[in-house]
Design a protein around this ligand. Structure first.
Ligand code: PLP
Length: 471
């Protein structure tokens, strides 16, 4: 593809995306594709010679779109959102255009320095602890996902506790980690991958608001210490996946300090709410954390993937992850004046992800991002009030951020039937969880284009669906 052809085809692709943005509301939110249907439309073998680009574009409409669940539809209320926005898409496009692999500062200084800078901006924007600034001992880095960030934190904590066990054949069997019963599954996955083992992850009980009980945490730590185990890692969640419960980070952090345990804070979704001064209470005690993660790719208008991971002491991270072969040696790294992000993550190679976040922050400004989040919080409260006042549903968990958990008193089958019917309507898409052992409907309000009329429509539809399910 010559630059001229690229120019022409690029315009067509941008037009296609812009048309998609305009029309996304008209597609069924949850794809109606059946298993195997997309593959059945694809040729069994790859083309031997190159095809006309028109045919490729036509197949986007014919084959791909029917198999898409429209995360960018304003009726998408399932899971936590994965925001997309014009500036983020364009930033990602520039990243692809430059085709940079930023493993070392030297392999593209701008890739590293822009990322360091934008991570420092996030610290300021969210009023995070100054220890996370790159000018101090810590700093931030963009990972692909919160799962990777948490795994990295686990490995840094493990190495800090065992003084570099990966350099020896150390016995990790006596290390123990702690998180609440409500923590995201990525914590257990990380514990397994880091060689700690699921058996050594303690699930700490929660209170009636689904937040971790710090008394139960300390009791579990002391019980393990008493039998010679080594508590090394606690993960507190700010905004749990099931109900956006906020763990008491300060109380948890004080326990961690007392026992010399690494505290990781998973604020994957809810951290973005701290853009608003009135929401900063969610971060109370975060200055006691050794590491922290939030996903701009969830609720900060930045296309997947963009997960912001911060550490208070980068030496622990680099010490755990740095392996230096001859072919990566260079004068800049040797000078000690630069940061090489390869040492802050699991893979070697890395994309220029900072560009899309930089585009987003510059395009919307802090105030633009604040008013976007504030509106979602207002809509969430509005929806929660309707649920609260209704005879059909009960609110099941406190509404602390942008998620409403509710259920019909008729039991799991009724709630499941309501959800199935709503999702089959194509107009909205909800998901479910289990709270107190009962099936609970989750409605998240965080899609880039969700406005009051969509939330009103969702509530009307839910009301009508209850009637038809119970009829
Ligand atoms: N942590 C929490 C609290 C989440 O809600 C999620 C996903 O929804 C994750 C972690 C995992 O995020 P990622 O897909 O970036 O790994």
């Amino acid at each position: 593809m010559t630059p001229d052809e690229f120019r022409q085809r690029g315009r067509e692709v941008i037009d296609w995306i812009a048309d998609y943005m305009e029309n996304v509301e008209q597609y069924p939110v949850l794809s109606r594709s059946q298993p195997g249907e997309v593959r059945a439309m694809l040729p069994a073998h790859p083309p031997a010679s190159g095809e006309d680009f028109d045919e490729v574009l036509a197949d986007l409409d014919r084959i791909v779109l029917p198999g898409i669940t429209h995360w960018q539809s304003p009726g998408f209320h399932a899971y936590f959102n994965a925001n997309s926005s014009g500036p983020a898409i364009l930033g990602d496009l520039v990243s692809s255009g430059l085709g940079v692999q930023g493993m070392l500062w030297a392999t593209s200084p701008a890739c590293t320095e822009l990322e360091l800078h934008v991570m420092d901006w996030l610290v300021e924007m969210l009023d995070l602890p100054p220890a996370f600034l790159s000018s101090g001992p810590g700093g931030g880095v963009i990972h692909d996902s919160a799962s990777s960030a948490t795994l990295t934190a686990l490995i840094a904590a493990r190495e800090a506790t065992t003084q570099g066990s990966t350099n020896h054949t150390g016995n990790l069997g006596n290390l123990t980690a702690y998180t609440s019963t409500q923590a995201h599954s990525s914590i257990e996955k990380g514990v397994r991958i880091a060689g700690i083992g699921s058996d050594n992850l303690r699930s700490i009980e929660v209170d009636e608001a689904f937040a971790m009980d710090p008394v139960a945490l300390e009791a579990a730590i002391e019980k393990d210490l008493a039998v010679g185990l080594r508590p090394f890692f606690v993960c507190a969640t700010v905004g749990t996946t099931s109900s956006t419960a906020i763990d008491p980070v300060r109380a948890i952090g004080e326990i961690c300090r007392r026992h010399g345990i690494w505290l990781h804070v998973d604020a994957a979704l809810a951290g973005t709410a701290a853009l608003l001064p009135e929401m900063r209470w969610i971060h109370d005690g975060v200055e006691l954390a050794d590491s922290y993660v939030l996903n701009p790719h969830k609720w900060m208008l930045t296309n997947f993937d963009c997960s912001a991971f911060f550490v208070a002491d980068r030496a622990a991270l680099i010490g755990a992850l740095s392996v230096l072969p001859e072919y990566l040696r260079n004068a800049a790294s040797a000078s000690g004046e630069v940061i090489d992000y390869r040492d802050w993550q699991i893979p070697l190679g890395r994309r220029f992800r900072a560009l899309k976040l930089w585009f987003v922050i510059r395009h919307y400004g802090v105030e633009g991002l604040q008013s976007y989040v504030r509106e979602h919080l207002r809509l969430t409260k509005l929806f929660a009030a309707w649920v609260d006042e209704s005879d059909d549903f009960d609110l099941v968990a406190p509404v602390s951020v942008n998620l409403v958990c509710f259920r019909h008193p008729g039991g799991d089958d009724v709630n499941q039937a309501i959800m199935n019917k709503l999702n089959a309507s194509g107009e909205i898409y909800l998901s479910h969880t289990a709270l107190d052992g009962k099936l609970t409907l989750r409605l998240a309000i965080g899609q880039t284009h969700t406005a009051e009329r969509h939330v009103r429509r969702a509530w009307d539809l839910i009301g009508a669906t209850v009637q038809s399910v119970l009829a």
